[in-house]
Design a protein around this ligand. Structure first.
Ligand code: PEP
Ligand code: MN
Length: 283
């Protein structure tokens, strides 16, 4: 397992909450939504307004896109961060963006409320150490070929540098299946919660790569005990510059938010009953 002295739950039910500019992750279910990438001011502001109206808690948007091909859209960089800041001013939603280069960490942190480490960088140890030196919340995606233990050791790198604000995020792993873009490993959610006190998120957008599957996998993530989901939403999916096959239109997102609310109420009631029966200790 390695030494997970800071990441481990040590076998008890102690849970950590992470505060992202007024939003507490690790208590109530949290929804992060927004475009795969910040493409323009108009696209980001319209999408931000729509996800806010639907009840999302945090806005996402990539300004540095790690793409498979060097010729694909790479993101707007600093201009994208300024657009995210404007979207925050207009909606009040905290913002999260991916950081890909250790040299960018300190200045990118000045523009956003949370930084994301993408699946391709999960084991980029110099990047992990750099975000570990800040106090920004870090959304640490699971590497697409990584085991739970490797993932938790990466969280440990960040915690060991002094930053306790880490959220784990399952985003699908590589398997022999080709129908879905990745295989969303929902059993990792209760597994990670058994071994670690850190909050656990699920990204069913990259986890499936298919719009038709995102709603059911979001509900399943909640049922599995996830602390929240991250969903890619675009105001006009057919024109998305990145990941258009999994981009959710705002009306569908609003429908999903309603279903999450209904299931969330059931989950809270169910957990309270279990607590009363002494089956679980209150967290
Ligand atoms: C993203 O969330 O924008 C992203 C690129 O995700 P992943 O690193 O999981 O592919
Ligand atoms: Mn994407």
């Amino acid at each position: 397992m390695g030494n997970l002295k800071l990441t481990s739950s040590n076998g008890n039910n102690r849970r950590t909450s992470v505060h992202v500019d007024g939003v507490t992750i690790g208590r109530d279910f949290v929804v992060i939504a927004g475009p795969c990438s910040v493409e323009s001011e108009t696209q980001t502001l319209i999408t931000a307004q729509k996800v806010k109206e639907a009840g999302a808690n945090i806005l996402r948007g990539g300004a540095f896109k790690p793409r498979t091909s060097p010729y694909d859209f790479q993101g707007l960089g600093l201009q994208g961060l300024k657009i995210l800041q404007k979207a925050k001013r207009e909606t009040g939603l905290p913002v999260v963006t991916e950081v890909t280069d250790p040299r960018d960490v300190s200045w990118v942190c000045e523009y956003v409320d949370m930084v994301q480490i993408g699946t391709r960088n999960m084991q980029n140890f110099s990047l992990l150490k750099e975000v570990g030196k800040t106090d920004k919340p870090v959304l640490l995606k699971r590497g697409m070929n990584s085991t739970l233990k490797e993932w938790l050791n990466c969280a440990e790198y960040i915690l060991a540098e002094g930053n306790p604000n880490v959220i784990l995020c399952e985003r699908g792993i590589r398997t022999f299946e080709t129908y879905t873009r990745n295989t969303l490993d929902l059993s990792i959610v209760p597994s990670a919660k058994e071994l670690s006190h850190l909050p656990v998120f699920v990204d069913p957008s990259h986890g499936t790569g298919r719009l038709s599957l995102i709603e059911s996998m979001s509900l399943a993530a909640m049922a599995a005990g996830a602390d929240g989901v991250m969903i890619e939403v675009h105001h006009n999916p057919s024109e998305a510059l990145c990941d258009k096959d999994q981009a959710m239109p705002p009306d569908m997102f609003a429908g999903l938010m309603k279903k999450l609310q209904v299931l969330g109420t059931c989950m809270v009631q169910w957990n309270q009953e279990r607590e009363c029966q002494g089956l679980v200790r209150p967290q």
